[in-house]
Design a protein around this ligand. Structure first.
Ligand code: F0G
Length: 422
């Protein structure tokens, strides 16, 4: 049995907190909290073989691409009360066309859109909603650009817990809102952007007795580590040169970096892949901070990008993201909405759909390759964070109806209309 501890992430503080805490800000210094483990020392454990053996169709723990890696998660009693929808175990797809476009030797896509609610958030949500159920909380809540809220609403419904969502007004894809509504969440549209909605929610969470499941919730990040374990398993435990992901509130890069550091400490990987965080240019405070080697982030007060999932100006997890980049010799990049659009089109032409924020990864690889920061021989894994149908309005906005034809229902008319096609 592996013991876990809930600790303040701030190195100057490091205080240990009781597992019963639900506010997820250090009471001593207001820092972020994180889970740490008393892992076995010395020899590499035989976990990869165990994890592979468990891989199966489910139902139950072994059908989840999160819970079968449970040696690296905070323990829950024998899976009782586990809230799972069979998340994870998503495909790793070779993308030779995109690789050529970006100018790298090999590129594969870890498609997180293939999760139950269509985004990577499900990996974290299964763990933190299980914790919420264990703690007996009445209401779970989040502020969201849309994917966290759809995921929370689904897992909360599964657990029989009420859920409350704060979303910025008019700035979230209708498809994502529809998911939250379908799963029975109470949706509150408020504030001009995610940062404002999140600030309000944090202010009010004690008053309303809420359990927050944003990525400041350390249990969320533990679940999101599983993407790394899946990628490595799918690659026979050979790390790629780079793992690329889009950055918003910076929870995902923090989780991915933590997984890599833990695997290195366990001697389960011999080489660190370099992490690459790609932000949208109009919402790129972390990229600015990293490139200028600043000690702190300077928030962007009016974040702007059509990739609404990552329209965030004041990312909460920046200290954890900075550690992840430092530990992996990481790189950051910022890409314009035009660059995102071009990358998304390129992926689509190779049969790979995703939402705009996810395509920022490929745009970033191309840009870094052109700048000589990523070498032509690189072997890259890009994490596509959300499904194509998460934002269908974007597609019709950008491409119109793709030359769709409206034709009288007769063979002759259809033949006539298709004469110039091809
Ligand atoms: N990609 C997609 C599709 C997202 O929905 C998000 C974040 C990110 C990337 C960035 O991940 O925040 O961990 O750096 N979406 C959050 C939400 C903010 O509310 O759904 P991050």
């Amino acid at each position: 049995m592996i013991t876990s501890h809930l600790r303040c992430f701030n190195p100057a503080c490091g205080s240990e907190q009781p597992r019963s805490t639900t506010s997820y800000a250090c009471p001593d210094c207001q820092g972020l909290l994180e889970l740490t483990y008393d892992f076995p020392s010395l020899q590499a454990p035989d976990w990869p073989r165990l994890w592979q053996q468990r891989l199966g169709p489910g139902p139950g723990r072994e059908g989840s691409g999160v819970w079968r890696f449970r040696e690296m998660l905070p323990l829950f009693d024998d899976g009782a009360g586990m809230v799972s929808l069979g998340e994870g175990n998503t495909p790793l797809i070779a993308a030779p066309r995109a690789a050529q476009w970006a100018g790298v030797r090999a590129l594969s896509i870890k498609h997180q859109g293939a999760n139950p609610t269509g985004s990577f958030k499900d990996l974290g949500m299964t763990v933190c909603i299980t914790e919420a159920l264990r703690l007996g909380v009445g209401v779970v809540a989040c502020a969201s650009t849309g994917n966290t809220s759809s995921s929370m609403a689904a897992y909360a419904a599964r657990a029989g817990i009420k859920s409350l969502v704060f979303v910025p007004q008019g700035a979230v894809s209708g498809a994502k809102l529809a998911q939250a509504i379908d799963f029975g969440a109470q949706v509150v549209e408020t504030g001009a952007n995610f940062d404002q909605a999140f600030r309000l929610l944090r202010q009010m969470s004690d008053q309303l007795g809420l359990y927050l499941v944003n990525s400041i919730n350390p249990f969320r990040l533990e679940g999101q580590k599983a993407v790394v374990l899946q990628i490595l398993e799918q690659r026979g435990w050979q790390p790629p040169d780079y793992i690329v992901l889009p950055g918003g509130n910076l929870g995902n890069v923090s989780a991915v970096g933590k997984a890599l550091a833990e695997l290195a400490a366990l001697n389960l990987i011999s080489r660190m892949p370099r992490l690459v965080v790609v932000q949208a240019q109009g919402a790129s405070p972390f990229h600015q901070m990293w490139r200028s080697q600043s000690a702190r982030i300077s928030p962007v007060s009016e974040p702007a990008t059509r990739a609404t999932a990552i329209r965030i100006g004041n990312p909460a997890n920046w200290p954890k993201a900075a550690r992840a980049l430092a530990q992996t010799e990481g790189i950051t990049e910022a890409v314009t909405d035009q660059e995102i659009r071009a990358a998304k089109a390129e992926l689509a032409q190779g049969g790979i759909g995703c939402e705009p924020a996810s395509a920022a990864t490929l745009a970033g690889v191309r840009k870094l390759r052109e700048a000589g920061e990523i070498e032509p021989g690189a072997d890259v894994v890009a994490i596509l964070t959300g499904h194509q149908l998460k934002d269908p309005d974007y597609i019709t906005e950008q491409l119109g109806r793709g030359g769709m034809l409206q034709v009288e229902p007769t063979p002759a008319a259809i033949l006539g209309a298709l004469r110039d096609w091809n």
